[in-house]
Design a protein around this ligand. Structure first.
Ligand SMILES: C[N+](C)(C)CCCC[C@H](N)C(=O)O
Length: 289
């Protein structure tokens, strides 16, 4: 099994992650809290109250786990294509796989990475939603979680081992089809105006990666909202009975617009994150020959 794809997936994922984390924090807060009027309001309040550091809350665990999550995604994707089409990464420019094979490999990659991603994503979301400033005024209550490890241990103790997988089903529904869309969009845009058998130019890889991110996030946003809400709901026992219940009660209380919360910020984040991810992935693999 070729391992280069796993390593390239890891490094490129980490680069994208750091770049996109501040946007991600704003997105999570908009999706799960009702105190903000919009993106700018959320940014200003976060900055005033928590300084620049507020935007980087919950980042250490994703950085540690992105190695596993992105290498699983890209590694499983590429090795599934190898199994389906009997072509390695190097041969795929000359013999491009069909879009249906790309879609299937993307869905399988997306499905498998969810089980690595779920607990880390849960901890990230819980920490991002803690709005207490680092330097607390004396006498104010401490944040519920002191850091990622404390957060993981508390969830385990208070909600049981299954608590760590809260929202995992919504995450599976979100990522399986949309990772297929992600890779199909990327491949399709790369192949436009690139002659058969040639590597796409860096500019084309950046644009294709960026739009692959936007297209897949646009489709993923409704389930992303539900996922984030289910992850936060663990704190208030019995808030939702499941994915469907969360969908229905969110829509009833806040209208259908709730499914598009975070769409703008998700798209703004998705372009640079995924442009950098694909550019570094392609170039790392090319440089390893
Ligand atoms: C499939 N879905 C849209 C959920 C994600 C696709 C992009 C994943 C990337 N690591 C990012 O954070 O943007």
């Amino acid at each position: 099994m070729p391992v280069e794809e796993f390593v390239a997936g890891w490094i490129s994922g980490a680069l994208g992650l750091v770049l996109g984390h501040p946007f991600d924090t704003v997105k999570v807060r908009l999706q799960t809290q009702t105190t903000y009027r919009g993106i700018i309001d959320c940014m200003v309040k976060t900055y005033r109250h928590e300084s620049l550091l507020g935007f980087f809350k919950g980042m250490s665990f994703p950085i540690a786990s992105i190695a596993m999550v992105n290498s699983v995604l890209f590694g499983v994707y590429s090795n599934t294509l190898l199994a389906l089409t009997a072509t390695s990464h190097r041969e795929r420019r000359a013999q491009p796989p069909s879009y249906i094979h790309v879609f299937i490999a993307g869905c399988i990659g997306g499905f498998v990475q969810v089980y690595c991603l779920a607990p880390f994503d849960l901890i990230k979301v819980r920490l991002q939603n803690q709005t207490e400033p680092r330097a607390r005024p004396p006498g104010s209550p401490p944040p519920r979680y002191r850091g990622p490890v404390h957060c993981a241990v508390s969830i385990f103790q208070e909600e049981g081992p299954r608590g760590l997988f809260r929202g995992a089903w919504a995450l599976t529904l979100r990522d399986t089809p949309t990772m297929g869309i992600y890779f199909v969009t990327y491949e399709w845009l790369c192949r436009q105006s690139t002659r058969d058998g040639q590597d796409p130019s860096p500019a084309r890889v950046l644009v294709a990666g960026g739009f692959a991110g936007i297209a897949s996030w646009a489709v993923a946003t409704p389930l992303d909202v539900i996922k984030s809400r289910l992850q936060m709901a663990g704190l208030k026992r019995g808030a939702y009975r499941g994915v469907l219940d969360c969908m229905v009660s969110s829509a009833r209380q806040e209208g259908l617009g709730v499914f598009f919360r975070g769409l703008t910020i998700n798209s703004a984040r998705a372009f640079p994150v995924n442009a950098v991810t694909f550019l570094s992935y392609e170039y790392l693999l090319r440089s390893w020959g």
